[in-house]
Design a protein around this ligand. Sequence first.
Ligand code: URA
Length: 236
Amino acid sequence: MRLDKLLAHATGLTRSMAARAIRAGEVRVDGHVLRDPATHVEPSARIEHDHRVLEAPRARYFMVNKPSGYVCANRDTRHRTVFQLLDTPNPAGLNVAGRLDIDATGLVLITDDGNWLHRVTAPRYRHPKRYRATLASPLTSEAQHRLRAGIRLKDEAKACAPVELAQLSPAEWRITLTEGRYHQVKRMFAAVGNHVLALHREAIGPIVLDPDLAPGAARPLHDEEVAAFGPGATSV
Ligand code: URA
């Protein structure tokens, strides 16, 4: 949220009075004086005005059990978006932490906390993402070996990182990867001559899709789930 808006909200000042206070150096964000009223401030920031810490709006975190047919975009003129599944009056500022394709289902995380979103999605953290894929053909042992070793995708110079694979039924496989390339699961199986008929995300890092959440339902994350993405948490 903009700093002047947040200050006005928390103090009852008008927006222009808040902007003046900021320009005058009366406001500190995480200990630093910021003089630009348009500065974007994370909901988790500590804001002081006149040496008093302001009550900032709490950051919001949700998990959604995405059904097929919804897009993970903030706006779309043709399709429904995952934000329409949230029971929240003000979706402004919310973003998806790791998209799913329109036809994929399962766990989607949504937040307005930019720092947290970064910790969930930044490639350097390598949080494992666990999917259930239904395949069109049996997966040969040679294909399994190539996927586990780290396969090279069409038109990409760098091979994918090795994945974990486990068979769940004749056509269903659990695949866990630590990257987030474009359409990665579908392209990996395509690279071994197969085709993904259905794709469902079960977990992102330490957060597992709540089994009580029906397709199309959403709920706020529990505090422990939010905290689980602290620096260094990587287990599914
Ligand atoms: N890989 C895909 O191919 N699609 C997704 O939605 C997620 C991972």
